[in-house]
Design a binder for this molecule. Structure first.
Ligand SMILES: C[S@@+](CC[C@H](N)C(=O)[O-])C[C@H]1O[C@@H](n2cnc3c(N)ncnc32)[C@H](O)[C@@H]1O
Length: 211
């Protein structure tokens, strides 16, 4: 089955084959928020900042950012995880918009630009030959000066067309960011990654040009 189709992912969710799911918020994002190192404040100019989470799955990070005061747009083209997330949101007043759409069609659905994109294990779920389009869409959705905060996993030296997860090549991400008008502002191998992923995740924060 084609990883570019929602049916592939729906089947994984229905079969409970969700080995990528950490069962909770991503530690690196928790630390960025707790230490005030996330580059976009929750509020600016009297409004909540808008954060897009592509391929959000069960939405642990959607909840993390919404609880931290951000307005969150949660995107996944598989309905199963969004139904679970919807239920988790039901008795809250958290500002979350759920979009069950293919992220490659997002510009038709997201008319307002976002202040930040938070990427985690969506990039590695996309076929490598679509990665340029992925960056193109994300860059288009960002407001001038907006941030693409990507925690890339699994980073490996050898490119491979076998997946998902499709391994992430550091140089490719850096090149694609640059090609789409995103300037690298921070790059590190976090020490606070989930123990099962430590050393194989890289945090890259890009800022879109203001012009
Ligand atoms: C590996 S899972 C990661 C889920 C979540 N980020 C996490 O860390 O638990 C990839 C997710 O991206 C979604 N996805 C893959 N390709 C997509 C696309 N083109 N548009 C929207 N969602 C997509 C899948 O349905 C799946 O929920």
């Amino acid at each position: 089955m084609d990883v570019g189709m929602p049916a592939y992912w729906s089947e994984r969710y229905q079969q409970g084959e969700t080995g990528w799911d950490l069962g909770g918020e991503t530690p690196v994002f928790q630390v960025l928020l707790a230490e005030g190192l996330f580059p976009v404040p929750a509020m600016q100019e009297g409004r909540r900042s808008r954060v897009l989470v592509p391929g959000c799955g069960y939405g642990h990070d959607v909840l993390l950012f919404a609880r931290a005061g951000y307005e969150v747009i949660a995107v996944d083209f598989a309905p199963e995880p969004l139904q679970v997330l919807q239920a988790r949101l039901a008795h809250t007043s958290l500002p979350v918009q759920l979009l069950c759409v293919d992220l490659f069609h997002l510009p038709e659905h997201c008319v307002q630009p976002v202040d930040a994109v938070v990427e985690y294990t969506c990039y590695c779920a996309i076929a490598p030959w679509r990665r340029c389009d992925y960056f193109s869409v994300m860059s288009r959705l960002l407001s001038p000066g907006g941030w693409f905060v990507g925690l890339f996993f699994p980073v490996t030296p050898e490119p491979s067309l076998v997946g998902p997860p499709f391994p992430v090549c550091r140089e490719e991400v850096l090149e694609l960011g640059q090609r789409h008008g995103l300037v690298l502002r921070r790059h590190e191998v976090p020490q606070c990654s989930h123990p099962a992923r430590r050393g194989r995740e890289e945090l890259m924060m890009f800022q879109k040009g203001k012009g």
